[in-house]
Ligand binder design. Structure first.
Ligand code: NAD
Length: 301
């Protein structure tokens, strides 16, 4: 039976580290890191995400502010706002939350993604950073291992694959794994074959129960990024499930992350860690192009 890797527990560790780093920073006479959020539209889940992020920020000793805009906001106004925030030296981190919560793409500036792809030091997009930290803090070996990433989106699947396949000796250290990416055109029988070869399966497709026990190698690590809202057929209540058939896969895998309580809380923790990094290293240069990309990326991947 797999060890259930608690993202919530790992997130608490990171929170403690960030909190103590902030306390040190402020004690040394530096200003307090500040996270600004532009929240677009009235999507309930987006509002919840933003509330969780800003609440966590304040618990860790960061200040934060949220600016609300209707979903009818023009691209021009958004770009102006972002530009203004980028120039504001009192703001360490900026997060744009659009109506679709899954399009949350912290660290998604074209220059930043370019650096990520060239193994240069950069801001790691929060969800990819969450997966990376889960692997590191669980002590999973990646060098020379087979990794299957299911999903190739530019904000989740791609950066995860980028981190794991690249060279650990480069400026931005990678996992040195043999990485295979699957996507919506990968036939299910092929996906099964590939999954069975994998030492680590990372599921980021947004398809409930895509990864079943017959696809998982005995003892493999299974990291479930998916967040899917499903109606319980008996109670009629809606609940969150991942992309992995958790109960069955747990019996076969060596390590597994649950949904909720796995990658989700780690993503929020890594966002806070990213905000601190920008404050310390002054890498506030994203946002503008990333918004253009976002607005242009309505199509599927
Ligand atoms: P997306 O819709 O942009 O991308 C989904 C990817 O999965 C695409 O590349 C697509 O080709 C692939 N795919 C779809 N069906 C497939 C199939 N049957 N077999 C193999 N590949 C398939 O979504 P995204 O933004 O990458 O997010 C993926 C999932 O992760 C979603 O469920 C989202 O809610 C979740 N998510 C979670 C967090 C978190 O913090 N835990 C953060 C971001 C996204």
């Amino acid at each position: 039976v797999a060890t259930v890797v608690s993202g919530a527990e790992l997130a608490r560790q990171i929170h403690k580290e960030v909190q103590s780093d902030i306390a040190k920073l402020v004690a040394e006479g530096n200003r307090r890191p500040h996270l600004s959020v532009i929240l677009v539209g009235d999507d309930h889940a987006s509002h919840t995400y933003v509330r969780n992020k800003t609440r966590t920020a304040s618990l860790l000793g960061m200040s934060s502010s949220t600016i609300f805009r209707p979903s009818s906001v023009s691209q021009e106004e958004m770009l102006e706002l972002i530009d203004k925030f980028n120039r504001d030296r009192n703001i360490s981190g900026l997060l744009v939350q659009l109506p679709l919560p899954e399009k949350d793409v912290d660290g998604f500036h074209i220059v930043n993604i370019g650096k990520l792809c060239l193994d240069q030091r950069c801001m790691i997009p929060a969800t990819a950073a969450a997966v990376w930290e889960i692997i590191r803090r669980t002590g999973l070996e990646t060098v020379g291992k087979n990794v299957l990433v299911v999903g190739r989106s530019k904000n989740v699947g791609m950066p995860i694959a980028m981190l794991l396949h690249s060279d650990r000796k480069h400026e931005r250290s990678g996992g040195d794994a043999t990485v295979i990416m699957a996507h919506r055109c990968t036939p299910l029988p092929r996906l099964k074959e590939l999954a069975r070869l994998a030492d680590i399966v990372i599921a980021a497709a947004g398809v409930p129960h895509l990864i079943t026990a017959d696809m998982v190698k005995e003892g493999a690590a299974v990291i479930d990024v998916g967040i899917n809202r499903m109606q319980d057929p008996v109670t009629g209540k809606s609940r969150l499930v991942g992309d992995v058939d958790f109960e069955a896969v747990k019996e076969k895998a060596g390590f597994i992350t649950p949904v909720p309580g796995g990658v989700g809380p780690m993503t929020i923790a890594m966002l806070q860690a990213n905000t601190l990094v920008t404050e310390e290293k002054k890498i506030v240069e994203w946002a503008e192009t990333r918004l253009c990309l976002l607005l242009a990326s309505g199509s599927g991947s």
